[in-house]
Design a binder for this molecule. Sequence first.
Ligand SMILES: CCCCCCCCCCCC(=O)SCCNC(=O)CCNC(=O)[C@H](O)C(C)(C)COP(=O)(O)OP(=O)(O)OC[C@H]1O[C@@H](n2cnc3c(N)ncnc32)[C@H](O)[C@@H]1OP(=O)(O)O
Ligand SMILES: Cc1cc2nc3c(=O)[nH]c(=O)nc-3n(C[C@H](O)[C@H](O)[C@H](O)COP(=O)(O)OP(=O)(O)OC[C@H]3O[C@@H](n4cnc5c(N)ncnc54)[C@H](O)[C@@H]3O)c2cc1C
Length: 627
Amino acid sequence: NDTSMQHRNLNHMTREERFSEAMRRTLYALKVLLPREGWTPVGPEMKYLARAIKEFTFIIHAGVFIPCIMSYGTNEQIAKWFPLAADFRIIGTYAQTELGHGSFLRGLETIATYDRANQEFIINCPKITAMKWWPGDMGKSANHVLLMAELVIDGKKYGMHGFMVQIRDLTTHEPLPGVTVGDIGAKLSFESVDNGFLYLQNVRIPRENLLSKLSEVHPDGTYIKKGNQRLMYGSMVRVRVNLIAHEIVMPLAKACTIAVRYSAVRRQGLINPSKEEVPVLDYVAQQHKLLPQVATVFMAHFAAKQLVKMHHDYSLEVEKGNTSQLPELHALSAGMKACLSEQGAAGAEIVRRACGGHGYSCGSGLPFIVNRMLATCTYEGENTVMQLQCARYLIKCADQAKKDKLTGSVWYLSDFSNMSCTAQTFGDLQEPSVLVKLHERRAKCAVQHAGKKMQNMVKNGTPAHDAWNMMATLLINAARAHIMQYVVGTSVTYISELSCSASLKKILTQLCALYALHNINSNCGDFVKFGCLTSAQCDLAQEAEFNLLKQLRPDAVGIVDSFDFTDDILQSCLGAYDGNVYERLFEWAKQAPMNKTEVHQDSYQYLQPYLHEGRDVLEGRGRNSKL
Ligand SMILES: CCCCCCCCCCCC(=O)SCCNC(=O)CCNC(=O)[C@H](O)C(C)(C)COP(=O)(O)OP(=O)(O)OC[C@H]1O[C@@H](n2cnc3c(N)ncnc32)[C@H](O)[C@@H]1OP(=O)(O)O
Ligand SMILES: Cc1cc2nc3c(=O)[nH]c(=O)nc-3n(C[C@H](O)[C@H](O)[C@H](O)COP(=O)(O)OP(=O)(O)OC[C@H]3O[C@@H](n4cnc5c(N)ncnc54)[C@H](O)[C@@H]3O)c2cc1C
């Protein structure tokens, strides 16, 4: 209710206005509204911020830069930089991606050369492709970067390391010598974020600015490795784990709120010719578009909670020096981020499209959500690359399953029990335990199928790396199948253990079954090909899904209301709580900058001569044309 937090109409603002307004609002929230004893901007309040503010900035500063200081800094370095960053007295970003490389980190070209005589690192982008490109908050806001660069000592390369580099003057905010920095220009979304470029030419930093939790360089240039070097990738794991809730579950919930509420209000066409026009939500086709996406919100939320818990437990183990869970966590976080962002972005577009013409209007609030969710498929690990990382781990586990009993998320790869489905009715296929088993079996077969194909190719003389490349599509499918079984399995467990009313548990169980059945019906080729379902059982699976749509239809609006987004955060004429869609759309359009004058003088000057000729003809003073 604080008017300083209210959003002006984003669509009627320029990009620079939105950038400035987001900074004002974010700092107001973080420096005035939220701080209390012991508060830091990376704690639970960030969840509130992501929920309460449609456009805020310093996402990378708070969501990546500060956590990296904790992950990669020594206690002294944390004590120096964390308080400054947490208090916004320095603004940072995570500068890893370059103009020439983003996915293949071993290809990054920015170099940090140790200068023993001066006990400094000389940071250099040797060519244009080495320039840092994309990091959020970097173009105009950040005055520091956590720079990921190749460490070089006496000509020897030591791989990617993290360096604290100041890029702007703390008084004037001007770029420092050797620093060329700016905004990379208009993007598909994130208008309020200054994703930037950074060209560093012989910038010198003290030896102490190498973040040295995992490795350090002594004054004489001796390199000391102190921990599992894969922990250098740890920041990306943490962001992948955390972004699912912020950037996938929450935006999809907003999109579903808008689309379901609008579909309950929008009357269009007849089902029974003798009755009146129906709300489009009564069309089964519309339910089939919207309700599985509503179910996805819940299932992704439950699975993400489990992943966050796993990451938390793993982090405690790492503090004790035990990194044994890292491969499993990397594979799961990479796969979950890729598959849920793919589903979420596709789902947001499906529900946008289900709102007809008004879904194409920015006044619906849907294009903002759809465009922003598209980025989740690329940042923090491009989805294909992440799915292949997940598949790499699955193939290794499938080999190991032949001799060992596996545990963790891949346990089903060593489950050789009879998993055939005995479902005789569509009710049997709504059973959570049946749906879990079906997904486990499909995943196990998909992983084994991809592995066998590659093994046969290698047996026939194909080099392993070529077999891997040629089977990439099967490997990606195996990763998707693995994540689907994880999401369904963890959701069923989560709901069964949830202490809530029977009526709520019934709805959640129905939503879980809907999610699983929608996934089966969207991938029934796999389920038949791997012998999980007969063709007749596939028919039952479709009947089971349609039956759930019918059961959930009466509660659809109540379910999305439970997401409890304010009208201010939805910024939607279609999804406002009062349902006054048409009055809101008209009011919104009238406020458009295009309508600040009745006649648009700049364009009228081009039209005027021709309109006056038309006037003369119609008033009998001019000659009509020969057309
Ligand atoms: C906050 C909320 C709001 C958040 C809001 C968010 C806003 C936007 C934030 C965006 C910020 C960014 O985009 S920051 C930039 C993000 N960039 C990325 O994610 C880059 C993606 N690329 C990579 O991570 C890497 O290049 C790989 C993993 C693809 C390849 O690395 P590589 O070194 O070549 O490794 P590779 O040969 O494939 O594998 C070698 C071994 O390392 C293991 N390995 C690879 N990666 C990892 C890892 N992360 N952790 C552990 N282990 C790993 C492999 O499993 C393998 O083990 P074994 O099989 O040998 O045992
Ligand atoms: C909104 C946004 C915010 C970002 N914020 C940051 C940030 O704060 N900090 C930061 O460092 N970076 C940031 N990034 C950059 C982001 O991390 C990279 O864009 C991402 O890692 C992908 O790398 P790339 O763009 O170089 O694509 P590339 O790696 O060049 O990939 C291009 C395409 O090639 C294909 N491909 C690539 N590798 C493989 C493979 N091994 N197998 C099969 N296909 C492959 C894929 O189809 C891929 O889409 C951001 C990006 C966006 C869009």
